[in-house]
Each structure stands twice: as structure tokens, then as C-alpha cells.
Ligand binder design. Sequence first.
Ligand SMILES: [Zn+2]
Length: 86
Amino acid sequence: MNRKSIWQSNGITFGYPKCCIDSFCTTFGFMNADENQRTVAQNGFGFIPCPTHAKQILNKEITIESLIKNRDPEINDFPNDEFRKR
Ligand SMILES: [Zn+2]
């Protein structure tokens, strides 16, 4: 698997929206993220939303948690992107 398909599959496991996963692949994560994305990422959750969602989060129109859907039940609740301890 190349890096992009690993990111896509991890993003789905973590329950991130497709637009945000695609954006992450385009910006190479933090590397080419815009100012809003960087600000959200620096809150320490490890999740870098797409530019549109980052702006909505900073404007308090939505919460970062509301973006997380259909997360793999084997993963801890957001923002802890690790497998649950058994
Ligand atoms: Zn998004």
C-alpha cells in the first residue's frame, strides 16, 4: 500500500469524513495545511480536518467531535486514536 491508501484506510477506521481524508492526502497532513487547519490540529487531537470544516470548527458552527462518524468500534473514543485495550 502506498502512503495515500494507508492514510485513507486509517481515516475511515478513525471515522473521519471523506472530504477531510482527501484533504489530508492533498496537503500531506500538516505540511501544506492552511492556517485554520493548523490551529485545529494544534489542539492536539491528531485530526486535521479539511479547510471548510476547520473554518466551521473555529467559527464554532460545528464541533470537531460531530465530524467523527462510524468509527471502528475497536478504536477508543475520539480523540484517542488507539486500539482499545482488551
Ligand atoms: Zn471535511
